[in-house]
Design a protein around this ligand. Sequence first.
Ligand SMILES: [Zn+2]
Length: 493
Amino acid sequence: MHDLIIRNGRVIDPESGHDGTADVAVSGGRIAAVGAGLDGAARVIDAAGLIVAPGFIDLHAHGQSLPADRMQAFDGVTTSLELELGVLPVARWYDEQAHAGRLLNYGASTGWVFARIAAMTAQQTESSVEGMGRAMRDSRWVDAVATAAETADITQRVRAGLEQGGIGIGFPNAYAPGTGVKEISELCSLAADHGVPTYTHIAYMSNIDPQSSVEAYTRLIGFAGSTGAHMHICHFNSTSLQDVERAAELVGSAQRQGLKVTVEAYPYGTGSTVAGAVFFTDPAFPERTGTDYQAVEMLRTGRRFTGRDDLLAAQQDDPGALVLWHFLDVEVNQRHRDLLDVSVLYPGGAIASDAVPWTVDGVTYNGDAWPLPDAAVSHPRSSGTFTRFLRQWVRERQAVPLIEGLAKCTLIPARILEASTPQMRRKGRIQPGCDADLVVFDFSTLTDKAEFKAMNRPAEGMRHVLVHGNAVITDGLLDLHAWPGRPIRRAVG
Ligand SMILES: [Zn+2]
């Protein structure tokens, strides 16, 4: 007797290449069987006319919370990981998630940036985007090369996070571009010794030298080659700006030489960050990025900056305030759309949301109101990354076959992690023994709904979403009392 049979769906497993009508039986949170005419279950889902696929795995989700999980569930996400920033202390974070209960599977890397803030300033910082932004008030950790004693302290804190089960090291280098290469190379060696990836927001974002994006990617590739570390590149789309074609050549060349370099991208031409980010401060920001200050917008008010002084004033006032940065104009500019394609369609690259926290009136929102309050804002990518990719790139433009598009949301992110985090070998696939993290959706109507003027609209088309065999969404409706999310974590000790 199985717990559940999903009957007659179009079952797509990107690893085996299976794409055809089948039943999927679920028992004890795992996939028990895939085949024709399966029988004997307490519950049956009729999936005729629907696609049955592995749940989506998001390598890059900030602001992990109940409202964030709920919005991501409608986007098909069953595993949501905070890898770029990471957290510290790691054990405490996992304890807090377990205590609160989570809708989706969750996990985090060890947060280098928080180790640096603690070691180089006296600030107590919570592990969040906003916490990092607020810590910019004392910017020694942003600008300075660490002393030998500070480097030892930073390394010790990061190592402790790995020993507490953190799934790699988060390296948001652009927020601390003053960091010395010796410090980073030591931490990459630490990652290599532990066999875990690093997740990097490259040090510089600029189309012109010195300190160009190309320089930063070349340096990252150097760390992979010189230390043996697996260097994962976060949001390849945003950090490459208009040099993504050259960046893709360099990364491809490194990969062909056998270096462990992987990439992810989100399908938008607009980024999100904190007002205090030091890359806005550069007097040459417009020339370096190809955008002006009006391309940067306060999330809370929708107000665009009028110039550098305006932006510097906002940095003084509240460096942790969230902003949007429209770095490519994909609505009207075909050339910019082509640039976005290079990162989103990069062969072997994952789709990852870079979801950002939900806020109401500038304050982080973690409440349980559903639907989300009208005033809740974030970024459309927090609600619609995967459904937008599948709608626009896979269904409407047919830029990539469906099974390959699904691989970018499932198998590819699982494979990026599975060498270091064995749990991921059972995710991103529909095969007997794998975790029953599953999505059942209507491909003909699947769509993101979130826009910059209405970010809190859930995506549409997900009929059923299961986490470890437990229903999170049933017949398109959210279960408000489901907490089946489990930790993704490496062995402790
Ligand atoms: Zn980033």
